[in-house]
Design a protein around this ligand. Structure first.
Ligand SMILES: [Zn+2]
Length: 246
């Protein structure tokens, strides 16, 4: 039951919301972004060996359904890192006005996949404005920092998106570096062109894969394993996407 209405002092009216102030606070309004946290914890579960053994031609080579990904030397799994950054980024993107869909909704040893071709299918079906595949690398211990992967031209497969994918990758690189992300010291210009990445070859919307750090490098591994580091990666990815849509 409502006993009484508390008196509250008059407050100053909010300043009028103008188009430019709306754009400043919700710069991604109207954008549909698919986040693809790479791998899945259960991909390494032997009970899913049959699902993992599925293959498909990707325009270049025959590739498997998915893999279990890498890990830090202490055993922190890439799939969990990818998942946590994606979840955090989803919130940041929604705060910036975007609609966000994920290619997987769990990170569990009791789940597998989805296969990489189905991840591209999610973005295609939705007609997303962009898809970002989030990964961590497993390179030599002195390699560190982030880089982007974009497809090469394969007629009938990537010719429709190769230019916009390149533009997305470059916007991510520039936006992330401007926001303070550590550029890879082992990939020239932080851009790797790939002929064999299934999600890039099958996607019909602007797509890039970002390898956020090297889990086998002590410095990167520390950042990638901590909640505050994951928050930082999410903010760097947000800066890249804002650059792309600016
Ligand atoms: Zn990966």
């Amino acid at each position: 039951m409502l006993g009484f209405l508390a008196w509250s002092p008059p407050v100053a009216a909010d300043p009028p919301v103008t188009e430019s102030s709306r754009a400043a606070t919700r710069p991604l309004a109207g954008r549909l972004i698919v986040l693809d946290p790479g791998h899945q914890l259960g991909n390494s579960n032997p009970k899913f060996a049959k699902q993992m053994s599925q293959t498909m031609f990707n325009g270049s080579i025959v590739k498997g359904c998915n893999t279990s990904g890498t890990a830090t030397n202490a055993g922190y799994p890439e799939s969990t890192f990818n998942w946590r950054v994606a979840k955090r980024l989803k919130t940041l993107l929604e705060d910036a006005g975007a609609r966000v869909e994920m290619t997987r909704t769990t990170n569990s040893y009791d789940d597998w996949g989805p296969c990489v071709w189905d991840r591209a299918g999610v973005a295609n079906r939705l007609g997303a404005d962009a898809m970002i595949s989030i990964h961590g690398d497993g390179a030599g211990s002195s390699s560190k920092g982030f880089f982007a992967i974009a497809p090469v031209r394969i007629n009938g497969w990537t010719d429709d998106v190769v230019a916009v994918d390149r533009r997305l990758a470059k916007a991510m690189i520039a936006g992330m570096i401007a926001a303070g992300a550590v550029p890879a010291n082992y990939v020239s210009g932080q851009l790797l062109l790939s002929r064999d990445t299934t999600s890039l070859n099958l996607s019909n919307v602007p797509t890039t894969t970002i390898e956020l750090g090297n889990m086998r490098n002590a410095q990167d591994a520390r950042r990638m394993s901590s909640a505050s580091g994951q928050e930082q990666y999410a903010r760097w990815l947000l800066a890249g996407l804002e650059r792309f849509f600016r």
